[in-house]
Design a protein around this ligand. Sequence first.
Ligand SMILES: NC(=O)c1ccc[n+]([C@@H]2O[C@H](COP(=O)([O-])OP(=O)(O)OC[C@H]3O[C@@H](n4cnc5c(N)ncnc54)[C@H](O)[C@@H]3O)[C@@H](O)[C@H]2O)c1
Length: 332
Amino acid sequence: MSGRILVVGGAGYIGSHTVKHLGRSGFTPTTLDNLCTGFRDAVVAGDFLHADLLDREALQRVFSRNSYDAVVHFAAHAYVGESVTDPRKYYNNNVVGTLNLLHAMLDAGVKNLVFSSTCATYGEPTVIPISEEAAQHPINPYGQTKLVMEHAMRDYASAYGLNTVSLRYFNAAGADPEGVLRERHDPETHLIPLVLEEAARVLRGGDPHATKLKLFGTDYPTRDGSCIRDYIHVQDLASAHVAALKALLAGTCAGFEAFNLSTEKGVSVLELIEGARKITGADFRYTEFPRRAGDPPELVGSAAKARTVLGWTPEWSSLETILETAWRSFPR
Ligand SMILES: NC(=O)c1ccc[n+]([C@@H]2O[C@H](COP(=O)([O-])OP(=O)(O)OC[C@H]3O[C@@H](n4cnc5c(N)ncnc54)[C@H](O)[C@@H]3O)[C@@H](O)[C@H]2O)c1
């Protein structure tokens, strides 16, 4: 299948991997990004447009000068902690910016959208694995902004015929197996790059006892007392976007549909640290801290719906492959 796809936020971590995959899957991607957290050199396929979702006139120009079969929308601010201290920044970019995009799409008659949602919309789940039918009660403004937009997309589906596939990612991880792209968040808050940075520091000759790695919570009701999360390889996220686009363009997904993108397997923080010691060969340490507020003991998603409806199966998401690909391109 082919098609012209506008990838908003395509210069970021997940977006850049997806743009590369789209290019290899017969699609013609164009990336639109303001580079607030993205990188121009991460866009390795298709055209690049430097523009901001908050600039409505620029968006209108983009849609009036080009025709697109679908939009994939990654652009957002995504730091949970910052969303608590500066919610205005989050509602403005993630809600106002996304509404601008939806309105420009509707004005231009573009009806197909793949949206980056998150397991953070579920808040603290009561049943594991979490299904798409679980109650959505986000516990931070970041999760709220994503849920608000899911609600708008559902309403726009019934009123204006907008077709949205909302992909609720669990913990995105890993990197391009060819070593071209990687995770480059600054500041970095994700566990795997933080663990690898500590491994790299020790391998560079740093004192293992002066560790910067923090382990929050050792008394959770889990198999080893540390938090359990569901890590999904960025390559598997990229292939899910291609599957979602194919379903939208073939008409097998219409209206609003949400899918978890997860592995259904939980990995504890301590298991991850042990895995990273093996892959890197570094005997690094960590310091224990009390639990952080708002960190549920376990977040594991059911991916049954994506398997059945999109025909999607994660192929890169074993802990070993995630750590190995992330380490391959990790600066050290
Ligand atoms: N990384 C994860 O584990 C994870 C998990 C769940 C959901 N998500 C969601 O996936 C999406 C991508 O996440 P990521 O980790 O790749 O983040 P990222 O910060 O690497 O990528 C976001 C991209 O959007 C661009 N952008 C932001 N605001 C913009 C605006 N107003 N106009 C134009 N471009 C803008 C940034 O420059 C960047 O290139 C986000 O929507 C995030 O909420 C990420």
